[in-house]
Design a protein around this ligand. Structure first.
Ligand code: ADP
Ligand code: MG
Length: 312
C-alpha cells in the first residue's frame, strides 16, 4: 500500500539566471548562471519521498539524452522505478527557463505522449491512499480513469499547473474539477479558471466544484477554502535564487501534511515552507527538505500557527 500514486512525466529543466532582461528577437542574451535539473512530476516525486511518503510514480522515459539524464537523477534520489516504462524511441520533454528573482519565463517542448502510457498501465495495479495529478488534466483519459480510482477508494489531488489559460466554463474542465478532492492552483491559474481577480472570490468559485481549494500566491504565501473557512498563511521570508518548481514543492509539502491528517492551517505551513525553501536552490529539488528541515522551519517561521493566520 502506497501513500501516493503519482502520475505524470518529468521534464529536463535548463535554467538560465543572472540575465540582464528577457531574451529579445535578433539579440544574444547572456546568462551569468546555468543549471540543469529535472522538473515537473520529478519534483513531486523527490519532495514527497524526502518528506517520508511512500510514492508509486508512474512515468514514461524515452531513449533520448534528456530521458537518460532524468533517470540518473531519479537513481541518485533513490526513487522507486517500479511503475516506469522505458520506450525504445525518443520521448523528449524539455523546458528552458529564463529565471529572475520573482518569476520566470519558459520555452518548452513535449514529444507526443505514448498511446499506452505508464499511468494507464499502472492504474489497475497500484493501491494508494490518494492519486496526485501534477497538472490540470481533463477530458477522455481522466473520465476513463476516475471510475477506477474511485473504485480503489483513492482520493484525487490535482495541481493547477497548465500550459495555457482555461476557464471553468469549459464543460470538460468543470467535469474534471468535480472529481477532485483537493485542487491546488497558483494565483494566475485560479484567476483564469474562476474568472475572479480577487483570490478569495476565486477560491469560493472553484470550491463550487471541489471541496478543498488551495491557492498558491508566491511570496504572499497561500490560502485555502474548505467551503466553510477561508484560511490564509503568509509565505516564509526568503531571498529567492530561483522560483522554478516552488508551486510543485508547495503542493508536495501540503499533500504530505494532508495525508498525515493534519489540520488545514498546518498543511498550508508545510506547503509554504517547502515552496519557500525550494526557491533557495535551482529548480525544485536542489534544496534538500525532509521532516527535520520542516520542524526547524516551522519553529522559525510559524512559532504559533494560530497567531500567524489570524494576523492576515
Ligand atoms: N518569493 C517567495 N517567498 C516565499 N515563498 C515563496 C516565494 N515564491 C514562492 N513561494 C512559495 O511557493 C509557493 C508556490 O509559488 P507560486 O509562485 O505561487 O506557484 P507556481 O510555482 O505554481 O507559480 C507559494 O505559495 C509560497 O509558499
Ligand atoms: Mg505551478
Amino acid at each position: 500500500m502506497y501513500d501516493i500514486f503519482l502520475v505524470g512525466n518529468a521534464t529536463m529543466d535548463l535554467i538560465f539566471s543572472g540575465l540582464p532582461r528577457m531574451p529579445i528577437l535578433g539579440e544574444d542574451t547572456f546568462a551569468d548562471k546555468f543549471e540543469y535539473t529535472p522538473g515537473e512530476a520529478f519534483i513531486n516525486a523527490v519532495t514527497m519521498h524526502r518528506l517520508g511518503l511512500k510514492v508509486a510514480w508512474a512515468a514514461d522515459f524515452g531513449n533520448d539524452l534528456f530521458s537518460n539524464l532524468i533517470l540518473v537523477e531519479v537513481r541518485k534520489a533513490g526513487l522507486s522505478e517500479a511503475y516506469f516504462i522505458h520506450h525504445d524511441h525518443p520521448f523528449r520533454r524539455v523546458s528552458v527557463s529564463a529565471s529572475f528573482q520573482d518569476d520566470r519565463g519558459f520555452l518548452t517542448h513535449y514529444d507526443l505522449e505514448p498511446p499506452l502510457s505508464a499511468t494507464l498501465k499502472a492504474l489497475p495495479c497500484v493501491e494508494a491512499k490518494a492519486i496526485f495529478i501534477p497538472g490540470l488534466i481533463h477530458g477522455l483519459i481522466l473520465d476513463a480513469a476516475v471510475p477506477i480510482v474511485k473504485m480503489k477508494k483513492m482520493q484525487i489531488l490535482m495541481d493547477g499547473n497548465c500550459p495555457k489559460e482555461f476557464s471553468h466554463e469549459s464543460n470538460s474542465i468543470s467535469r474534471a474539477l468535480k472529481q477532485v478532492d483537493v485542487f491546488l492552483p497558483n494565483a494566475k491559474e485560479a484567476r483564469s479558471l474562476s474568472g475572479y481577480e480577487n483570490l478569495e472570490d476565486a477560491a469560493r468559485k472553484l470550491s463550487e466544484f471541489c471541496p478543498l481549494v488551495v491557492l498558491k500566491d508566491g511570496e504572499k504565501g497561500a490560502l485555502a477554502y474548505d467551503r466553510e473557512t477561508m484560511y490564509h498563511l503568509p509565505g516564509i521570508t526568503v531571498n529567492p535564487l530561483d522560483t522554478t518548481g516552488a508551486g510543485d514543492c508547495f503542493s508536495s509539502g501540503f499533500v504530505k501534511a494532508w495525508i498525515d491528517g493534519k489540520p488545514i492551517r498546518e498543511c498550508l505551513a508545510w506547503g509554504n515552507i517547502c515552496g519557500g525553501l525550494s526557491t533557495l536552490g535551482f529548480g525544485g529539488t536542489t534544496f534538500f527538505i525532509d521532516e527535520q528541515v520542516i520542524k526547524v522551519n516551522m519553529a522559525k517561521h510559524y512559532p504559533n500557527i494560530e497567531i500567524s493566520s489570524l494576523m492576515m
